[in-house]
Design a protein around this ligand. Structure first.
Ligand SMILES: CC(C)(COP(=O)(O)OP(=O)(O)OC[C@H]1O[C@@H](n2cnc3c(N)ncnc32)[C@H](O)[C@@H]1OP(=O)(O)O)[C@@H](O)C(=O)NCCC(=O)NCCS
Length: 168
């Protein structure tokens, strides 16, 4: 299937919410709050990059959100997530294309790197990895992964936006 990736518009917001809910319905480790996280990040003004994948029928079939993370590592760091692909199209390359497009844009904008909490078996292909010293409170270190555009002298802890914890 061919698809186009672009930034979200205001008209996409409801469809992104529905897609996010549907994508995570059967996902392992889902909290059920993923759509609310996207909504709350947006209303807090910190959904700094929100990419959608659009199919030939103009439907939103994938979404990736990026928001700032706090860390003592130098430079600007961003968190990836939630990442959602319509169930019928999972494992057809949509998620990978969204991740790669987001990484390219953030790198072009001078970001230092991107962090996430997720399955290393999936995110390793993009260059994400657990690193000695990289941590996120409450998450086993193996699932805390980062990719640096500018390698930090020392890996340190990262803190995601409060919306990840408060969204309902
Ligand atoms: C996880 C998700 C975003 C991946 O996107 P996708 O478009 O389905 O995946 P892609 O087609 O880009 O990548 C496919 C590859 O990733 C692997 N893969 C897909 N989902 C995976 C997962 N959850 N764990 C491990 N590997 C996975 C596939 O086996 C495939 O590997 P291959 O290239 O070696 O054959 C998507 O499946 C999804 O929306 N899942 C439900 C929500 C979710 O779990 N989001 C991520 C939370 S961290």
């Amino acid at each position: 299937m061919s698809f186009v990736i672009r930034s979200e518009t205001a008209a996409d917001q409801a469809a992104i919410g529905e897609l996010t809910t549907t994508a995570f319905l059967t996902a392992a480790h889902a909290s059920g709050t993923e759509a609310a996280i996207v909504r709350d990040l947006r209303s807090a003004g910190v959904l700094v990059l929100s990419l959608v994948a659009i199919d030939p029928a103009d439907e939103i079939v994938g979404h990736a959100g990026f928001s700032p993370i706090e860390t003592d590592m130098p430079g600007r760091w961003f968190g990836l997530g939630p990442l959602s692909v319509a169930p019928a199209l999972q494992r057809t390359g949509v998620g990978s294309a969204l991740v790669r497009a987001g990484l390219a844009q953030l790198s072009d904008q001078g970001a230092a790197g991107v962090g996430l909490v997720g399955d290393p078996a999936y995110y390793g292909r993009f260059g994400f990895a657990a690193r000695p010293g990289l941590s996120c409170e409450g998450v086993p270190d193996a699932y805390v992964q980062a990719l640096a555009f500018e390698e930090p002298p020392v890996w340190k802890s990262i803190v995601f936006h409060p919306a990840f914890f408060t969204a309902k």
